[in-house]
Design a protein around this ligand. Structure first.
Ligand SMILES: Cc1cc2nc3c(=O)[nH]c(=O)nc-3n(C[C@H](O)[C@H](O)[C@H](O)COP(=O)(O)OP(=O)(O)OC[C@H]3O[C@@H](n4cnc5c(N)ncnc54)[C@H](O)[C@@H]3O)c2cc1C
Length: 387
């Protein structure tokens, strides 16, 4: 792929290409790679060719410069077949976003072209063993030492942690700061001496992609690795990118919800009981109707949030609604899809069990659904004050 999409027909061509790639390259291998928890190196190479590592990076830096709405549709398509591999470029694009949105001109010139091509691959590292939702409670520190910073601490649950080579790393440059968020800073941290990968974490689902613990011991970076060049901006920089992150997770949820619906739709027409296909029994019809409605509503909410993002509007509430609804839709559709498959839904020889294992992650990542509801409510009240 090359260049941005300029109109609906270019977007349609792009999505058609992604759909053909998904069917040709992903569908035949997904079950094997998922069950073996094997990293798909050759798929990563194909993603580079497709330009996915630069999907939302500006063309000026060698990316595709896609709007969020097109990017969301790509993620939906791939996730309907194999959600976990979208994490390989999604988390990476959060690193790109942090640099493009908040980096200095020199940081953008230095890092973005290699990130957009996939030569450098990585992600966003916020979570620690004792702090996830409460980001301001992280303990990792960066201490200024001459023209360098020295970083110490441990990150947990970092997507692409083992296979990636560079991360946007949230640390405390001032652990005593009050309010706590004013002591947070975001650094570009390439792998080198002092930065080691601890355990690769074993998971319920989201297989074939690495999620790891990252350990920093007297890791030294020059001061020009501080994103934006000013200390204390890390919390704002991190949460400022979360809207796109939420749209991305919502899109994964839509993909799973639609994927489960597709599998259930096919199965319900093939499987017969009491002399007719099960889709002709009312109990199954009710399930299919609910699944189809949830999947459609999730898609529309997500595209609505993406459109607000593309208009340059602050869209915490819309992105929160999309993320919350689409991830719950993924969870509900995957279990309903499994029920429609009867015993075969419980078999590793069918795909629905993978969707059922993958779906819960979408309720956790990029802010748990408990937090999404709090964000939605706060924004709703703010927009609707009493006169
Ligand atoms: C497979 C996987 C990949 C991940 N990848 C990354 C990554 O690449 N980078 C990264 O930085 N992180 C990553 N994470 C971590 C993820 O972002 C965190 O797990 C998430 O933010 C929740 O944090 P926690 O697990 O510490 O839960 P906690 O913050 O301990 O929350 C526990 C529970 O309490 C609830 N809760 C917490 N605070 C409140 C509150 N104020 N009000 C109401 N309820 C509350 C939560 O909703 C949750 O139900 C990943 C996680 C997983 C499972």
């Amino acid at each position: 792929m090359s260049g941005p999409v300029n109109d609906a027909s270019e977007e349609a061509q792009l999505l058609d290409m992604i759909e053909r790639w998904t069917e040709r390259e992903l569908k035949p291998i997904v079950r094997e790679y998922d069950h073996a928890d094997r990293y798909p190196n050759h798929i990563v190479e194909q993603m580079k060719e497709l330009g996915l590592f630069g999907a939302t990076v500006s063309t000026e830096y060698g990316g595709l410069g896609l709007p969020a709405s097109t990017y969301a549709k790509i993620v939906m398509q791939i996730s309907s077949v194999w959600m976990s591999i979208t994490g390989i470029f999604n988390s990476h694009l959060m690193l790109a976003l942090a640099i493009e949105k908040f980096g200095t001109p020199e940081q953008k010139r230095q890092w973005l072209p290699k990130i957009a091509s996939g030569e450098i691959r990585g992600g966003l590292a916020l979570t620690e063993p004792d702090a996830g939702t409460d980001l301001q409670g992280i303990r990792m520190t960066a201490r200024r030492d001459g023209d360098d910073y020295v970083i110490n601490g441990t990150k947990m649950w970092i997507t692409n942690g083992a296979e990636g080579s560079c991360f946007a790393m949230l640390v405390k440059t001032n652990p005593e700061a009050s309010p706590r968020h004013s002591g947070l800073s975001l650094f570009i941290t390439p792998k080198k001496e002092g930065f080691t990968v601890g355990r690769k974490l074993k998971k319920l689902g989201y297989k074939a992609i690495d999620t790891a613990e990252l350990i920093f011991e007297n890791y030294r970076v020059p001061k020009d690795h501080l994103i934006g060049g000013v200390e204390g901006q890390g919390f704002y920089q991190t949460t400022g990118g979360l809207e796109l992150g939420r749209i991305n997770v919502a899109s994964r949820g839509v993909g799973i919800a639609e994927g489960a619906l597709k599998l259930a739709t096919e199965y319900a027409q093939m499987r017969k009981t009491f002399g007719k296909p099960i889709c002709e029994h009312q109990a199954i019809q009710l399930k299919i109707a609910e699944m189809a409605t949830r999947a459609r509503a999730a898609r529309l909410l997500t595209l609505d949030a993406a459109a607000a993002f593309d208009r340059g509007e602050r869209c915490d509430m819309e992105a929160g609604m999309a993320k919350y609804f689409a991830s719950e839709a993924a969870l509900e559709n995957s279990i309903e899809g499994m029920r429609i498959h009867g015993a075969y839904g419980y078999s590793q020889e069918y795909d629905i069990e993978r969707l059922y294992r993958d779906a819960p992650l979408t309720c956790i990542g990029e802010g748990t659904n408990e937090m999404q509801r709090i964000i939605i409510s706060k924004n709703w009240i703010k927009r609707n004050p009493i006169a």
